[in-house]
Design a protein around this ligand. Structure first.
Ligand code: ADP
Ligand code: GLC
Length: 478
């Protein structure tokens, strides 16, 4: 039996801002329980819904020496869907209405968290063979294990994995600040360790010191070795390429199942979607005040509204996208300019464009179920989960060929009658528009072909069954 600890800043159902939460909250369920005891540790944010906070059991507390103070560390735990979750409590760091606040404070928050995780494990009595770290927030854990925690026999033989969900976010500030909050000596602040371009870099620490590095698709694992996608760390990624693998994400096939999903108007499957999926479209049009027309092409977007997701392309051709034969529904929050863009177009084209500038799990399911196609023209995309949810719900993805989008959406080939979606290569607004129009043409004029694209997408398997085995393999290699 191997003990594995996932260290993460978010996990569903407790706290979510993006795909990392979906991964950290679903993957642990899919390991072979005979061979792996996988537990998850995360901060006990005060913004975790009350119903979960009430179920957490208090374990104990201690005071940890951090930045020349004795800082309170409360330990809680709870079981959810067969997985043990540990929570680190400290309201000085983990209060507020959101998990992330301003970057400067977040750096210290997660430096504290990373140290507290290692201080807490002996107290919990859970001795991990592998600590599996996710993103910059936990980047200091592999470094601390080589440093102050190395002398502790409790961690004899403990190995680490650093998984990169998004290389853009690295936890960077000037060396002095990162040194202060990490409590690491000068030794660590050279360009072969935590220093990058004269700054301190927490993710870089994790990548340098972890035994293995992974990212969330094979294509992204290759892309980040190039300057265009490498976010300044492409040299390091090349240097670590022998220990770098891409393992594509899956999604939780229980939560995202059109056959049983309680949030959608009508349940359906790959056999009866032709009749039943239409009911979801009608319900969605009605709920959002769109013209209730079963024939009009309904295009959906569920996303963080940031440059990463290709919204500058959309902005560039927004008028053309909102043509009379198209309805557009957007659900998302993020950059002000994009929030306002969609609000403006919802006002300009009432009954045709619906802007939902908020976060809603429920509406997201209704959009995955109710739309004909889903637009995701990302500039870069480590994996992307929304296109997998769309495939599962028979909503045809239109994507740019990058990262996980390239690995999971097979472009429609009208001669061979293959493919599960539509894709374009260059980051160019008119190339995107051309592909969107091509998709629409198939939708309007070759309905049988369209339905076969839908059917192929729905019958693919993007659950964790394959990728969880790949992580197990990696755990064995360590
Ligand atoms: P990223 O992690 O880069 O944001 P992913 O595609 O991996 O992108 O994951 C995004 C996840 O967040 C998906 O589960 C998507 O449905 C969800 N999501 C994004 N924005 C919203 C929103 N406004 N309301 C509900 N869910 C959202
Ligand atoms: C990040 C990436 C996204 C990926 C998610 C989960 O948020 O932007 O592409 O799917 O992490 O790994």
């Amino acid at each position: 039996m191997k003990n594995i600890l996932f260290a993460t800043s978010e996990a569903v159902p407790f706290i979510k801002t993006g795909g990392l939460a979906d991964v950290a909250g679903s993957l642990p369920k899919y390991f072979d329980k005979e061979k792996y005891d996988v537990r998850v540790i995360l901060p006990k944010y005060t913004c975790i819904p009350e119903k979960f906070r009430n179920q957490m059991k208090y374990v104990t507390n201690f005071y940890m020496d951090y930045r020349y103070r004795d800082v309170y560390v409360g330990l809680f735990e709870m079981e959810y869907q067969g997985v043990t979750y540990y929570f680190i409590d400290n309201e000085e760091y983990f209060s507020g209405s959101r998990p992330y606040t301003d970057m400067f404070f977040d750096l210290e928050k997660f430096a504290f968290f990373s140290k507290a995780v290692l201080a807490a494990l002996p107290v919990y009595g859970f001795r991990p063979d592998i600590i599996h770290c996710h993103d910059w927030q936990t980047g200091l854990i592999p470094v601390h294990l080589h440093d102050r925690f190395q002398a502790n026999p409790f961690f004899n033989g403990t190995k680490t994995i650093m998984t990169i969900h998004n290389l853009k976010f690295q936890g960077v500030w000037d060396v002095k600040t990162i040194q202060k909050i990490s409590e690491l000596s000068d030794y660590y602040f050279t360009p072969d360790k935590l220093e990058a371009y004269k700054n301190g870099n927490m993710l870089k620490g994790g990548i340098v010191y972890a035994d293995k590095v992974t990212t969330v698709s094979s294509t992204y694992a290759e892309e980040i070795k190039t300057p265009y996608y490498g976010e300044g760390l492409d040299g390091l990624m090349r240097a670590r390429s022998n220990n770098l693998v891409g393992i594509v994400n899956g999604i939780d096939y229980d939560d995202f199942n059109p056959e049983t999903d309680p949030m959608i108007a009508a349940n359906y499957n790959a056999g009866n979607f032709r009749k039943e999926k239409a009911k979801n479209k009608a319900a969605l049009q009605k709920e959002l005040g769109l013209a209730e027309d079963p024939k009009t092409f309904l295009l959906g977007i569920v996303s963080r509204l940031t440059d990463q997701k290709g919204f500058d392309l959309i902005k560039c051709v927004m008028d053309e996208l909102c043509s009379e034969d198209t309805q557009l529904v957007v659900l998302g929050t993020g950059d002000r300019q994009y929030e306002d863009l969609f609000r403006h177009y919802a006002w300009k084209y009432q009954g045709r464009v619906s802007a939902n500038i908020f976060y809603s799990e429920e509406l997201s399911h209704k959009i995955y179920a109710g739309c004909d196609a889903f637009l995701m023209p990302s500039l870069f995309e480590p994996c992307g989960l929304s296109q997998l949810m769309s495939l599962r719900y028979g909503t045809v993805p239109i994507v740019r060929e990058t990262g996980g989008l390239k690995d999971t959406v097979e472009a429609y080939n009208e001669y061979e009658h293959t493919g599960t979606g539509f894709s374009f290569a260059n980051y160019n607004a008119h190339e995107m528009l051309g592909i969107e129009r091509y998709a629409k043409d198939v939708f309007y004029n070759r309905k049988r072909e369209w339905n076969r694209i839908v059917e192929r997408g729905m019958t693919e398997d993007w659950s964790w069954s394959v990728s969880a085995r790949k992580y197990e393999q990696l755990y064995e290699e360590l």
